[in-house]
Design a protein around this ligand. Sequence first.
Ligand code: ARG
Length: 468
Amino acid sequence: MSESKTNTLWGGRFAAGPDALMAAINASIGFDRRLYACDIAGSRAHAAMLADCGIISEEDAAAIGQGLDTILQEIESGDFEFSAALEDIHMNIEARLADLIGPAAGRLHTARSRNDQVATDLRLWVRDAIDGLDADLKDLQSALLDKAEAHADTLMPGFTHLQSAQPVTYGHHMLAYVAMVGRDRARLSDARTRVNESPLGAAALAGTSFPVDRAQTAAALGFDRPMANSLDAVSARDFALEFLAACAICATHLSRLAEEIVVWSSAQFGFVGLSDSFSTGSSIMPQKRNPDAAELVRAKAGRIVGALTGLAVVMKGLPLAYSKDMQEDKEPVFDAADNLAVCIRAMTGMIGEMTVNEDRLLAAASAGFATATDLADWLVRELGLPFRDAHRATGALVRLAEERGVELAGLTLEQMQTVEPRVTGAVFDVLSVQYSVASRTSFGGTAPDNVRAAAVAARAALAARSGR
Ligand code: ARG
């Protein structure tokens, strides 16, 4: 048994202090200190409400408010001494408040528990994180849109199975990510509506006998409403899971773009060039320019999905209401939020500074029989062939071209007619990649005019959906 003193905040019924290992496993101050500003905001709102409801005196509430201001300054200037013996941010702040203002500090915890306090703090923190990520994602959309507008006419191969499929435009490809990121923002914003409810005043689990005004503290903290059930208020962590799920999906989106950057920037593809600021050299191979930032964005999706999985497993099977297991909610939330923010910003930087090699893209777009579908469509449209027959005939023409070592447009009309005698010279019009792309005018298609219109619409939507 350790010789240390019992905890001054809850040690009333304890004769001895915790074992050193108990302190090591129990203390969360090493990571939950990041909640300090949220904790102080929650305590200020709570103290003001207690005074307004006649539960504590105005003088005590004023002393508490001033003490909390001092503590905020101390923490922000690095002068605050955090103590592991005081377990967590809540007790560190409350103990310091007692040093500063004496017995009035002991009244702050009236009609409150650390259970509703920590749930409140984490909701405030996640709400801020969502707003920060939303702003970062908006910047990424804007960088992608810049490229989409600049490259509405730039041809590139579109892939399926990473095999040349049909030509598309680079701008169209960028707009696909604008749409994906738009859904990521919508998911975060939707999660925010459920994050933004106040657990404060639920107390330990059952509510309180004091005449508190939960609507007042909810409003003071910018929450939409107090949570309706005290047990739920202290037990719920689905807000954190939902946040992590939205982060995980966003991270998988970023990892796909990252993977494309890795592939595209390789010497073999040569589609894009990475800037010095977002690539690294090799210590042994002088020719190298490695896409480390993209690789790390690709990798961090694993870590962020891990945060979601980790917290989901922590929460699984937990009985209501609070259990100390739930202290394990914070690190995955912080880690995912931090890493996602870095990934988004790095991606914005990479996209903005990346050069696009239009010649290489055009050459690649023109190779690999990329207009075979256009040829099949022509056989359907001009000769009235059923699509399946047109597909078969085109397949035979591709084989012929392959045997001759030419692209489809390199076949002569006579050669084509050996496969389908009714083919005319007009077919050559549809075999160019420029024609192929320009003809894809269906809604959502890759034609440059579509891309330009879609970029205008996306730009307008971006401006309309300004941050909170
Ligand atoms: N540090 C704790 C946490 O993060 C605060 C809540 C403690 N509540 C309790 N009943 N022990 O969850």
